[in-house]
Ligand binder design. Structure first.
Ligand code: PHE
Length: 348
């Protein structure tokens, strides 16, 4: 290669680089240009630099060497700039980037139902209630009989109750409790009034599942027994507790409801927190959401517990924790709770 050739070659390399670099669309193109000029075996500029060795005249060698070197530095600098520019816009990264944020390890969290339950427990605790646990496997005496639910009552129907086996080889059936009310008589047997008790827990019903029915759900039983307990005590406690858990002042409305262990019995509605009682989809445009069953404890229940007849009065209520959580968080489908879908659970 003559010296003259080398001169024109360097000029054409610069020209070629100009064209190629103007056509770059991605980091792959930048890599390709790099290879085209600097490949160790057949790179265009590598070849020119290698040719310098054969130049005899020292002055000429120095001159051309300088020119070749400048071309090399200039092209490398421009390639660097291009690489930086395209690195951030392309998915393919040739190098490990230590500045990228790491993967956040996912932490366990408390299930939304448990969160609501714990909040409720705190609220009732602050109102002077004590908290009891209860058994999920129960016999039909505490679940039904002692609560004035006769054997013929529809709640005992196989449709609703999961029957497990006979109780200690007797005629008594064992069941998965259908409500936390099973703990009323158990606790009354152990403690004498005044009583202020809440019992959170899991309950089971052999029901068809849909957006508002589950076979397994959570309740919180509450009851107060003393010498002069009235319905207005009941509404006050419910209003306080619901306002606290829903974080706004709500109204409580009692409608007649039938539960054999309370007389009178009520369905308690809560003013809709979604629309403030004005009417919306959540409350089916009524302004009220059905919250719980409650009432004044039936004398038969006191009798089951062995309390002196006529001495005490009391109220009881059973809050559906799933329903409350749905209202609190605006969850439209009860089945979400038990799916175990982290995309749902991670929101709480
Ligand atoms: N046990 C009832 C239910 O499961 C609720 C309830 C509790 C009603 C206490 C009255 C008194 O729906």
């Amino acid at each position: 290669m003559s010296n003259q050739d080398m001169d024109t070659q360097l000029a054409s390399i610069q020209e070629e680089f100009k064209v190629k670099s103007s056509e770059v669309k991605s980091i792959t193109d930048v890599d390709a240009i790099n290879d085209y000029f600097f490949n160790r075996k057949k790179g265009k500029l590598t070849n020119v630099l290698r040719g310098l060795k054969s130049i005899k005249d020292p002055a000429e060698k120095k001159n051309l060497g300088k020119l070749a070197n400048e071309t090399k530095i200039e092209i490398l600098a421009k390639l660097d700039k291009l690489a930086l520019e395209y690195k951030s816009t392309t998915a393919k990264m040739s190098n490990f980037d230590v500045t990228l944020p790491g993967k956040t390890p996912s932490l366990g969290r408390i299930h939304p139902l448990r969160q609501v339950q714990e909040e409720l427990v705190d609220i009732f605790y602050s109102m002077g209630f004590s908290v009891h646990e209860g058994n999920e496997l129960e016999n039909e005496l505490y679940c039904f009989e002692y609560l004035n639910i006769p054997a013929t009552h529809p709640a005992r129907d196989l449709q609703d109750t999961f029957y497990v086996k006979k109780y200690q080889n007797s005629d008594i059936e064992e069941v998965l409790r259908t409500h936390t009310s099973n703990m009323q008589v158990r606790i009354m047997e152990q403690q004498k009034p005044p009583l202020r008790i809440v019992v959170p827990g899991r309950v089971f019903r052999n029901e068809a599942i849909d957006a508002s029915h589950e076979h397994t759900f959570y309740q919180m039983e509450g009851f107060v027994v003393d010498e002069d307990v009235s319905i207005s005590n009941l509404t006050y406690v419910l209003k306080e507790a619901m306002s606290k858990i829903l974080q706004q002042s709500v109204q409580i409305r009692l409608r007649p409801g039938y539960f054999p262990y309370v007389e009178p019995g009520f369905e308690a509605d809560c003013s809709c927190v979604n629309c403030d009682g004005k009417g919306c989809k959540t409350c089916k445009y009524t302004g009220w959401v059905e919250m719980l069953g409650c009432g004044m404890i039936h004398p038969k229940v006191f009798e089951s517990a062995g309390y002196e007849a006529g001495k005490y009065t009391g109220f009881a209520f059973g809050i559906g924790i799933n329903r409350l959580a749905m209202l609190k968080y605006g969850i439209p489908d009860i089945r979400e709770f038990m799916k175990g879908d982290l995309r749902f659970l991670d929101q709480f």
